[in-house]
Design a protein around this ligand. Structure first.
Ligand SMILES: [Zn+2]
Length: 81
């Protein structure tokens, strides 16, 4: 099972085609998890600015991760994709 749901638009895609945001289970750090080698609770997003903005607007990411999302990370995501 490698399909994941986008927190922005709700579409299901292969996780390889998505941005993965993970909360590290030991440190609680929230980060963009591109190498998939770190484990923790994760949220997936399309590589799409609309999805990223939607997910932040609806506070989907911090609800799923149960952690505040650093402004820095939010800015980085919106600027990069
Ligand atoms: Zn999406």
């Amino acid at each position: 099972m490698t399909d994941r749901k986008c927190a922005g638009c709700g579409k299901i895609k292969n996780r390889d085609e998505m941005i993965r945001i993970t909360k590290d289970f030991s440190t609680g750090d929230v980060f963009v998890n591109n190498d998939s080698k770190k484990f923790g609770r994760s949220v997936y997003l399309c590589y799409n600015k609309m999805c990223i903005e939607n997910a932040f607007k609806k506070n989907k990411i911090n609800k799923v991760l149960k952690a505040p999302i650093p402004e820095e990370l939010k800015g980085k995501l919106i600027n990069e994709f």
